[in-house]
Design a protein around this ligand. Sequence first.
Ligand code: C5P
Length: 234
Amino acid sequence: MRNPIIVALDVPTAEAALKLVEQLAPVSGGFKVGSELFTSAGPDVVKKIRAAGALVFLDLKFHDIPNTVAKAVAAAVQLDVQMLTVHTSGGSEMLKAAEQAAQENAWKLGRPPPLVLGVTVLTSLDSGALREVGSDVNVEFQVRRLAMVATKAGLRGLVCSPLEISALRKSLPASAQLVTPGIRTGEEKADDQKRTLTPKEAVAAGANWLVIGRPIHAAENPRVAAEKILESLN
Ligand code: C5P
């Protein structure tokens, strides 16, 4: 089985990120570069992680007009990332443009297309927050609705919270790749993640990839923490 652990490099500098990559590349399946690291360190840090032989998940959650998103996805393909995110609330046309840009640009470069992952409802939003922006539905309904929009538009994967995995597995094609943050082992200090599953529970529920940040990078020994999580999956 491939290693499903994607370590979230939620650190502010390239130096800190590359140190983690060096320590953790042998025991992780890839690394997530998000808005903080990308804004401070730029595409160069992605190139360096790729040069170290690791897979990159570029989590910039594109959300714009279809043409602009397609160009951003094309740029991500040039950077040779293996996964990237778009907001499904950008609508079908935007999602189709993103998937098409991933396929076409990868084909031109002779590489596999990156997985374009749809983000449904941010876990920081509840029904009250959705209502405030004009969406009078409950969160679960909106997640399922956006997941269907994404699937119909041709997306091959979604980011979802641990507690959404089982329900989504029932309604999505079996080939859909589910990428799940909110993973906790039970050993770390409490933080802002409220609805969590352990790595083993998330995989059993149907997650293909686990995005894990603080339980690894904030551990006293990140390498040991990652090894323990990997062992817990066997
Ligand atoms: O440190 P922690 O394991 O909570 O990190 C999880 C990562 O997943 C962070 O990069 C966070 O931004 C991201 N994420 C999340 N919840 C979501 C979507 C993304 O925690 N719903």
